[in-house]
Design a binder for this molecule. Structure first.
Ligand SMILES: Nc1ncnc2c1ncn2[C@@H]1O[C@H](COP(=O)(O)OP(=O)(O)OP(=O)(O)O)[C@@H](O)[C@H]1O
Ligand SMILES: [Mg+2]
Length: 514
């Protein structure tokens, strides 16, 4: 490893109204290393990246690239200087083709014309690096979010860059995709490229990092060699307290949620008739006929790889996609769910995985985003009063620990993990009977993750039924009462959630091939 940093900051600060997002931050990135930024939601990780790459200007401090002072005014300038960045909120164009997305802004030309043949060939090659074979002429939005994320990664790594910055690129990828990405990163690293990586997954951090910088409340807490930093110490430094290990244990609650969480584990309601029953529900080319029961007061986990049909199952049950066959009943009565509106009317709620496309409205305030689904269910002619709206918003800001100036702040200005919490609050506010959670802890920091799932379990103890989808098998195994395993768009097994190991679930997912 070289001794001169390729990228370096001194005393970097940046304030937003009411928030000191970065305070006096020193940071250095060496060629040929993977350097991971870790910290809780709102700690300043993305802001540091935004300031490094010309999205935001620093209020104070300086940035050096290979020893020379630089100040980028736009991300394009940073790109031209050899810094390739994949931002946290993937900014691709859903209605352009995969190939166009990979080469947008830098299309190879032949005699002045865009050279489509070359673009398609090179896009395919870039994806092949990640072990992905897609039809690159298809529009991007025909692929699920995780594949879109892989396309964004292909775009970032297919350029000759000196520095590659990846802000939470793996949040919706499953283990095998992460492994492919890491193979590529190791190759790039070996060729001397400096990689700045952000993740909330501790295992990933240790699998790939040479160096770790911990951020806390906008400050740099410290810089460490990964090999010298035990995981418990890392978490303690992130959350800023010695007893951090307690936060890593399930149901280790603090404060008012304690009693509720205890109730969740001790007094789980006795099994009862399913609230929702699906029989032979199917859609050609999307999902093979499937039976599922979701009981009140129980969590049904859906486990499976990307493309196994997890999200498709959720969307079919919620009426977001039409079913070709099968029957759904709610409370024992057969129902037709022709649209999400029907599903909501029956007491269902769906917290989707793609918070940008189906979730947040960036310009609306936190309050407005939280009351949106509740208001829609009541009907727009019966407006929820301002005072009640504020009360609801403040309740959830406190309950889920949403880090914001106040309820009136536009949600687009929150950190990624805090936006995710607002989305969850929106659906909790409708007090549903059945809540479908599709990757609810995507982008949520390691301490908050347990707290959020404990809150969800507490609601469950009060009779809420939950369909829980996560690409983290450990999370599915930890929280679920029952687990339905999907493979190749069909249900291949259903397990009692308690007393089965992660490995058993992996074996079923892999079809005994593991
Ligand atoms: N454009 C902005 N305007 C106002 N406040 C902002 C803006 N961007 C970030 N912030 C605030 O700065 C703080 C740091 O946010 P940042 O996005 O850097 O956090 P993060 O460490 O990336 O968190 P996460 O893990 O949730 O992505 C947060 O309080 C956030 O609300
Ligand atoms: Mg961030």
């Amino acid at each position: 490893m070289s001794t001169t940093p390729l990228l370096e900051t001194h005393g970097l600060s940046r304030t937003f109204p009411g928030v000191r997002a970065l305070q006096n931050v020193d940071f250095r990135l060496f060629p040929g290393e993977v350097h991971t930024l870790m910290g809780q939601n709102g700690a300043g990780k993305s802001t540091l990246i935004n300031v490094l790459t010309g999205v935001h200007r620093p209020d104070a401090g300086d940035i050096r690239l290979a020893g020379a002072p630089v100040q980028f005014s736009t991300p394009q300038e940073a790109e031209a200087a050899g810094i390739q960045t994949l931002y946290q909120e993937v900014n691709l164009c859903p209605n352009l083709s995969v190939a166009e997305n990979i080469f947008a802004g830098r299309q190879p030309r032949k005699r002045g014309l865009i050279d489509w043949k070359t673009i398609h060939r090179r896009a395919q090659a870039a994806l092949a690096e990640l072990n992905l074979a897609l039809d690159v002429t298809q529009s991007l939005d025909t692929y699920p979010i995780a594949i879109q994320q892989m396309v964004a990664i292909a775009r970032a790594v297919s350029v000759d860059a000196r520095i590659l910055i990846l802000d939470e690129p793996t949040s919706s990828l499953d283990d095998s995709e992460v492994a492919r990405l890491f193979d590529v990163l190791r190759k790039l690293k070996a060729s001397g490229i400096a990689i700045l990586f952000v993740t909330h997954f501790l295992e990933q951090t240790y699998a790939i990092s040479d160096r770790i910088t911990v951020m806390r409340n906008g400050e740099r807490e410290g810089e460490y060699l990964a090999a010298d930093l035990p995981v418990q110490t890392l978490v303690a430094k992130m959350v800023g307290q010695q007893l951090a290990h307690e936060r890593l244990e399930p149901s280790a609650e603090s404060g008012e949620g304690e009693a509720e969480a205890a109730a969740a584990t001790e007094a789980a309601p006795a099994p009862s008739a399913p609230w929702l029953s699906a029989h032979g529900v199917a859609r050609r080319g999307v999902l093979n006929p499937l039976d599922l029961d979701v009981q009140p007061g129980r969590i049904l986990g859906l486990a499976g790889l990307l493309g196994s049909g997890r999200t498709e199952t959720a969307r079919l049950l919620f009426g977001a996609e039409r079913v070709d066959a099968g029957a759904i009943s709610i409370g024992g009565k057969s129902v037709k769910l022709a649209s999400p509106r029907d599903a909501v009317r029956h007491g269902m709620a769906y917290c989707p995985e793609d918070r940008k496309k189906e979730g947040i409205v960036a310009d609306l305030s936190i309050r407005e985003n939280i009351v949106l689904a509740l208001q829609a269910r009541r009907g727009w002619w019966r407006m929820i009063g301002r005072a009640r709206q504020r009360e609801l918003a403040n309740e959830y800001i406190a309950q889920l620990g949403i880090k914001a100036r106040d309820a009136e702040q536009p949600i687009g200005l929150l950190s990624g993990g805090n936006q995710q919490k607002v989305l969850l609050a929106r659906w909790l506010a409708t007090e549903p009977k059945l809540l479908i959670l599709d990757e609810p802890t995507r982008g949520i920091d390691v301490a908050a993750k347990f707290e959020i799932m404990d809150r969800v379990r507490a609601l469950c103890a009060k009779g809420l039924g939950i369909l829980f989808i996560s690409s983290e098998i450990s999370e599915v195994v930890r929280v679920s009462d029952r687990i339905a395993v999907l493979r190749d768009r069909r249900k291949v097994a259903e397990l009692n959630g308690h007393g089965h190991s992660e490995d058993e679930v992996y074996d079923l997912i892999a079809g005994g091939r593991r």
